[in-house]
Design a protein around this ligand. Structure first.
Ligand code: AMP
Length: 605
């Protein structure tokens, strides 16, 4: 490996090893990110052999963070962001406070100074953007309600950390450290030559963040889509791609340098102002390959920091740290979300997605050590805690998928045991989401059961309704249930995976079940139960890949409709209408179909 090209060797070493170990992990039915982390450990300084550049790798990883957050912004409008603020703001703040308290407790127990313990706790409280977004994306949850809450929560955490990075150096003198070496909110302050107190610094940071957001919403919102439209009109794909990257990286970097906002937050806003433009999908597509490559480097760079010896040297403190990250934080998030009367599924997804730590924690740990607040031991625990919690994260999601039906079942039994909870005496009941209200099974027989009433289920439902087919719907979003009831359609709220919910639908006498939800894992569980209760029922399911089709069939689905394939066939059909010469154009058309722009109907013979 050439010594004078650290950038190339870091990118090549990182990507090649990540590819090899990612593929091995996949083969062993583990998430590929475990392979990426192992690749990182191998190119890290703590294992023999080639050592990648330790300052370049995290910097490259930041590009992954920027592109990921930009991509999320592209799917997020201001309205979406504001719609979750009611839960995301108090939720994130309460969770940060709780995790910091636990971390502080552990630090105090280890005999660290108060300042150091607080930094430690704070570092354990903030989830990694990359890990959270990857988890949501893999499960196609980013655009669901729970996905939006999780992203909103992440943004609040991000803002809190921006503040913390400013405050910690300022408070270091008080907390037992040797004072600020270099104030991190440097940009504007240094420019203005200001020497502010702690209160002034908070105010200054908030003003800068507000200024950045206002600039983006007022000018960015016009300028960025306008620029992208202009570039799109040049017809050059290359320029468009470049434009997307320039905007994502440029805005993020500018936000960080000029306004002291984190790179991730800057990128998120850059994406968000483009979200309402019709170009946002194309922009998302164009940034995908680079985003994935750099996100992989994020995991490699985390792996590089890991010193496996710590597992032998400090097993108990590590266990305690992991307990705080994976269990303490998750339980806190779960309770907070349930307290907001959200369904259990939402609460579980959000808490699983937040049960890990990553990049911000490293920055905080490094800062804490540099200021003499946090002992090196604390930083090592944070690093080990991060890598282990990232490895455990997919497992946490898996457990949540498994635990959810059980918990829902337990709660339903509890609800059944107390059939008439008095409004004033039902404290335990109040914790339950609204899904437990309706406990009377349907009286329908020979009916159709529709699971999910989103983009797909809605169309199926309207057709069943207009054809007079007796049917009912199972949905886990309370908003949709309200909508269904308003239309006079029989609907049950809850996760259809839970046997108790399915029982309400009278599966044993139903004629058919249409599983119109996007999550194939859940769909398989539903198909499996439907087949075992009613061997002759017709099961129609929805899938998004060939692997999902096979799996659903294996679990008893009779017909599986693969979304992407049907989209393609729809397109082929429409194209055939225009290009097929033997049939006169108007004979193949509904009168109101729109002719694609630029495509003239063929001449009549
Ligand atoms: P869409 O992807 O737009 O068709 O939306 C899917 C719909 O299915 C959403 O309204 C979800 O709330 C609902 N949904 C997803 N998973 C479940 C589940 N396990 N049980 C019941 N409803 C679900």
């Amino acid at each position: 490996m050439p010594h004078d090209t650290p950038l190339i060797s870091t990118i090549v070493g990182g990507l090649v090893l990540a590819f090899i170990f990612g593929a091995i992990a996949h083969r062993l039915r583990m998430p590929p990110l475990v392979g990426y982390l192992i690749a990182g450990v191998l190119v890290g300084p703590h294992t023999p052999g080639y050592v990648a550049d330790q300052s370049l790798a995290p910097e490259l990883a930041e590009i992954g963070v920027i592109l990921l957050m930009f991509g999320v912004g592209l799917h997020f409008s201001l309205k979406d962001l504001l719609s979750v603020r009611g839960i995301a703001v108090p939720g994130a703040i309460a969770q940060i406070a709780f995790a910091t308290l636990l971390g502080w407790g552990l630090g105090a127990f280890m005999g660290w100074p108060t300042g150091g313990s607080l930094v430690f706790g704070l570092a354990l409280s903030v989830a990694s953007t990359v890990v959270l977004l990857k988890a949501l994306q893999e499960r196609r949850l980013v655009e669901t309600e729970r996905g939006r809450i999780a992203v909103g929560w992440l943004i609040v955490e991000d803002l809190a950390m921006v503040l913390a990075l400013v405050l910690i150096p300022a408070a270091a003198g008080i907390g037992g450290g040797h004072g600020p070496a270099e104030p991190l909110s440097a940009g504007l302050n240094r420019l203005l030559g200001l020497d502010l107190g702690v209160g002034g610094m908070i105010a200054m940071t908030l003003v800068k963040v507000a200024l950045f957001v206002a600039l983006m919403l007022v000018f960015g919102r016009k300028l960025i889509p306008w620029t992208m439209h202009r570039i799109a009109h040049t017809g050059s794909r290359e320029l468009f791609r470049l434009g997307v990257l320039a905007i994502a990286l440029g805005v993020a970097f500018g936000a960080a340098k000029l306004f002291g906002v984190s790179l991730a937050l800057g990128a998120f806003f850059a994406g968000m102002v483009l979200a309402e433009s019709e170009l946002s999908h194309r922009a998302a597509q164009e940034s995908l390959p680079l985003r994935d490559a750099f996100a992989v480097l994020f995991f490699v760079s985390v792996g590089m920091l890991f010193d496996p010896n710590i597992l032998i040297d400090k097993p108990l403190p590590i266990l305690a740290t992991i307990f705080i990250i994976v269990i303490g934080k998750s339980v806190a998030a779960l309770l907070i979300v349930l307290a907001f009367k959200k369904p259990l599924g939402t609460a579980l997804t959000i808490s699983a997605s937040l049960g890990q730590i990553g990049e911000f924690s490293f920055i905080l740990a490094a800062l804490g050590v540099e200021l003499g607040l946090l002992p090196e031991e604390g930083r090592d625990l944070i690093l080990a805690g991060a890598i282990i919690s990232i490895v455990l994260n997919p497992l946490l999601f898996f457990l949540c998928d498994r635990v959810r039906p059980l918990l829902e079942g337990a709660k339903r039994e509890e609800a059944a045991a107390e059939p008439a909870p008095a409004a004033d005496a039902a404290t335990a009941q109040e914790q339950l989401p609204a899904e437990d209200d309706d406990v009377h099974p349907t009286t329908l027989t020979g009916h159709a059961i529709l699971i999910g009433y989103g983009r797909v289920g809605r169309i199926v439902g309207q057709n069943l309704k207009s054809s007079g087919t007796p049917f009912l719907v199972i949905e886990d979003s309370d908003k949709r249930i309200g909508e269904l009831k308003a239309q006079g359609i029989e609907a049950f709220m809850g996760n259809a995976v839970a046997r108790e919910t399915l029982d309400l639908a009278n599966l044993s006498t139903a004629r058919s079940i249409a599983i119109a939800i996007p999550n194939a894992f859940e769909a398989c569980r539903i198909a499996e139960q439907a087949r075992s209760v009613n061997p002759s029922i017709l099961i129609v399911a929805r899938a998004h890949s060939d692997a999902e089709v096979d799996e659903l069939k294996q679990y008893g689905a009779d017909t599986v409709i693969m979304g992407e394939r049907e989209i393609a066939l729809g397109m082929v059909d429409r194209l055939a209408q225009v290009h097929h010469e033997s049939v006169p154009y108007e004979d193949r058309h509904e009168p109101d179909t729109i002719i694609p722009t630029g495509t003239a109907p063929p001449e009549k013979e």
